[in-house]
Design a protein around this ligand. Structure first.
Ligand code: B12
Length: 427
């Protein structure tokens, strides 16, 4: 089928991100024999320009897939709702054609029903898109019923979504540079950090996290050799900066080690960042990471209080964070720490404890977030219902935050005071 895929994300918060997820879907659809065109709205061009580029009149799509990455910026004091511009994209497509419009992507997957209703598309596919989207295209091309496709939700349907369909990652194609989506190496003057995924799924069940809704709770891995072959192709195409977008780069540690060894074996001149869960990290792994090109990690320890870490269902303790942080420093890897303050059980005392703990680590950068974005089907959402902060019927699409009552009217001022004179700390 002639398939137009649109990445609707135009946000440049933190960094302009490349639509690797949609590129994965595009690669799978192309491998299945469909004719695919790719539009990345991050390039900043008006959506109206699309037609001038011939995506509609010149191509005449039979189906449109739209990737919805961000719902909001998770900012409690002045939240930015990021679905309005996506709605304009859906509406503009509607005005040009009556072919089915299908939603997917990380943001969509957390809120399948409410995002579909808000955006007014025809259907949505929750979770990883490769196999399910190809199945959908095949059914649509044969004009067959689509309602039993796993993870598919049809607009207006009250039926439950049939879940399932997680694939072996090595069976799914990895996009290539200069393929359907011509991955740019720069965004203006900025070097792009190519998002690269080697694993999907997270079994950790942190009390507030939405990842299981997007990738499922079971960790699946690509073969490290295959992953590194693909990284080599991107290096040949001019990329030198990578971001491993795996939820926890260090799980399982044996895999992380193998991946680093494979990268080292290829002697690539690359620099990369990743996200670490500060647990089960030994010196051998940190040394391998540094040798393989790791220059910076996101260390989401979220709290320095044992009590709060337990209530977030974290497996690590402050002492583990300190040990990892020391190792990273020893091997010259920059550490960006994260505090997530204000969850259930948080008090002024636990906040102070976290500040002091984080300061004592002397990290290269710290980000302090106050109030936690509530996602559906999480332990945090259950706590918020129990405390009467939200109603069980609240779909949570519009950003809603949990802030422990003892912090109200105190936390914002306290954080700004704490940030004074700390140029590498941000809120
Ligand atoms: C890594 C990451 C980052 C990195 C990105 C680095 C980089 N160079 O890309 C950094 C740290 C920079 C970052 C920043 C932000 N992030 Co972030 N990020 C992630 C994370 C962990 C992985 C995203 C990723 O790359 N996945 C890998 C790709 C391959 O998968 P994918 O895009 O999901 O695509 C698959 C499916 O979704 C589906 N699919 C995708 N598109 C389509 C389309 C169709 C039609 C179909 C059928 C299927 C489909 O198929 C794909 C392949 O299987 C996710 C959480 C998660 N586990 O998803 C959060 C996540 C996406 N981020 C989130 C947010 C909020 C942000 C920020 C706004 C935070 C902030 N305030 O700064 C910024 C925005 C950045 C931007 N400019 O857009 C939220 C979005 C939800 C929300 N509330 O809006 C998430 C879900 C985390 C969360 N809190 O739950 N992020």
């Amino acid at each position: 089928m002639r398939t137009l895929l649109i990445s609707a994300n135009t946000e440049q918060l933190q960094m302009p991100v490349l639509p690797m997820g949609l590129a994965c879907v595009a690669a799978a659809a192309e491998r299945a024999g469909h004719e695919v065109r790719f539009l990345n709205l991050m390039s900043g061009e008006d959506f109206e320009k699309i037609d001038r580029e011939g995506a509609f009149t010149g191509f005449d799509p039979q189906v449109i897939g739209i990737s919805v990455r961000n719902i909001d910026d998770q900012h409690r004091n002045a939240p930015k709702f990021l679905l309005e511009p996506v709605k304009r994209v859906v509406d503009a497509c509607r005005a040009l054609t009556s072919v089915p419009i299908v939603l997917g992507g990380a943001g969509y997957s957390i809120f399948p029903r409410s995002a579909l209703a808000f955006l007014g598309a025809d259907m949505g596919l929750k979770g990883e898109g490769e196999a399910a989207f190809v199945m959908l295209l095949d059914r649509l091309s044969r004009k067959e019923d689509v309602s039993d496709i796993p993870n598919l939700l049809l607009a207006g349907s009250r039926a439950g979504v049939r879940t399932g369909g997680f694939q072996k990652l090595d069976d799914l194609p990895i996009p290539v540079p200069n393929g359907l989506f011509p991955f740019p190496t720069r965004f203006g003057a900025q070097k792009i950090r190519l998002p690269f995924q080697t694993r999907r799924g997270c079994p950790m069940r942190c009390s507030y996290c939405s990842t299981a809704a997007i990738e499922g709770p079971i960790l699946r891995k690509r073969s490290p050799e295959m992953a590194v072959d693909s990284i080599c192709r991107f290096v040949e195409a001019g990329f030198s900066h990578f971001f491993f977008v795996d939820n926890t780069f260090n799980f399982p540690p044996s895999y992380a080690r193998k991946l680093c060894d494979c990268l080292c074996a290829r002697k690539l001149a690359i620099e990369w960042s990743c996200i670490l869960y500060p647990w089960l990290i030994d010196e051998g792994l940190v040394e391998s990471m540094a040798r393989a090109g790791c220059v910076e990690v996101s260390l989401g320890f979220e709290s320095g209080s044992e009590k709060i870490l337990r209530s977030m269902n974290k497996r690590f303790q402050p002492a583990d964070v300190r040990a990892v942080s020391t190792l990273l420093h020893k091997y010259g890897i920059k550490r960006m720490g994260f505090l997530l303050l204000g969850g259930p059980g948080e008090t002024r005392q636990t906040v102070e404890e976290s500040f002091e703990f984080a300061a004592s680590l002397e990290l290269e950068a710290m980000k302090v977030t106050t109030g936690i974005r509530i996602y559906p089907h999480t332990a945090l959402a259950a706590a918020a219902v129990q405390e009467g902060i939200i109603s069980p019927a609240d779909d949570l699409l519009r950003p809603t935050f949990y802030l422990a009552r003892p912090l109200e009217g105190w936390i914002d001022q306290t954080v700004s005071g704490w940030l004074q004179g700390k140029p590498n700390w941000h809120s």
